[in-house]
Design a binder for this molecule. Structure first.
Ligand SMILES: [Zn+2]
Length: 290
């Protein structure tokens, strides 16, 4: 099965005889929508693709409504790169800075940067962890982060070109099936060594089922139904309106007097919103006062 008919899905799997879970993701259309119309270079697209694949892999384990945000800030060519994924598997994201730069290694675009992983829970607490991007790849940075924060062995394999974004994650689960520490370690190493045989090009050409079969056809694996991943931006006219109302009314007045309207455009999806004086009843009130 080729990747083309199996994109924009995340597939979770479980080792039946080891305390290890895994997940694959392959994005095409949602990745295209996330990166189109921004003037991104191929290098920037590839980096956004790695972030998109990673954030889907991380968020698919969310047990409540909310979202995960992966946000890098750097002194390099890109001042900011952010991709988020909701518990409904909707992604959006953006890169800021010199977004047309090409590099051999996309990672260089975020030189000397920091990565923040934020877990936002609907009607709940917000958690944020920050790590230095001193590793050689996003996958390595995330491996370190999970080992430190969750005390669980976690490994990521991420790959993206200008068309596809894909990834594989393995995570050791708390001891349940197997209590013996050295047997657990052997099982973990077995799973990782096989996953390490995956080439970046395999991730970008094999369908999720085919990838999992190729790696683990000798291990009993339980495959879960795939989750659809889509691009969605929750921006709205109402939210833009509320954002404008945070400005001093005098400033709104000035903007309206200059052009007769105020145009706002969403950075992430490009949606444009136009507001006229009649959209702001608050302004009418101030004029009466004067
Ligand atoms: Zn938007």
């Amino acid at each position: 099965m080729s990747l083309d008919n199996n994109t924009d899905v995340a597939t979770r799997f479980l080792f039946e005889q080891a305390d290890i879970r895994g997940e694959t993701v392959a994005l095409k259309q949602s990745f295209e929508q996330l990166t189109e119309n921004h003037g991104y270079s191929e290098t920037v697209r590839a980096l956004l693709g790695q972030f998109a694949a990673a954030v889907v892999l991380i968020s698919n384990n969310l047990k409540y409504r909310g979202k995960i945000i992966l946000q890098a800030q750097s002194q390099g060519d890109l001042s900011l790169l952010m991709v988020e994924c909701t518990s409904e598997a909707a992604i959006r994201g953006i890169a800021r800075g010199d977004v047309s730069t090409e590099r051999d290694d996309p990672w260089e675009l975020l030189a000397g940067g920091q990565l923040a992983i934020t877990i936002e829970r609907e009607n709940g607490p917000r958690y944020q962890g920050i790590i230095a991007l001193d590793t050689h790849s996003l996958a390595a940075a995330l491996d370190d982060y999970f080992l430190q924060s969750e005390q669980l062995n976690t490994r990521f394999w991420l790959s993206a070109n200008s068309e596809y974004a894909a990834g594989l994650m393995l995570q050791q689960l708390p001891a349940q099936l197997n209590q013996d520490a050295s047997a657990r370690e052997d099982q973990w190493q077995h799973a990782v060594i096989l996953a390490d045989t995956v080439q970046a090009s395999d991730l970008l050409t094999l369908a999720p089922d085919a990838l999992i079969y190729r790696l683990y056809h000798q291990d009993p694996i339980r495959l879960y139904p795939a989750t659809s991943v889509s691009f969605h931006c929750p921006c709205s006219r109402e939210r833009s309106h509320s954002a404008l109302l945070l400005l001093p009314l005098v400033e709104l007045e000035e903007m309206l007097e200059d052009d007769g309207h105020i145009d706002m455009q969403c950075d992430m999806c490009g949606q444009a919103y136009r507001f006229l004086r009649s959209d702001f009843t608050e302004l009418a009130d101030t004029r009466i006062l004067h």
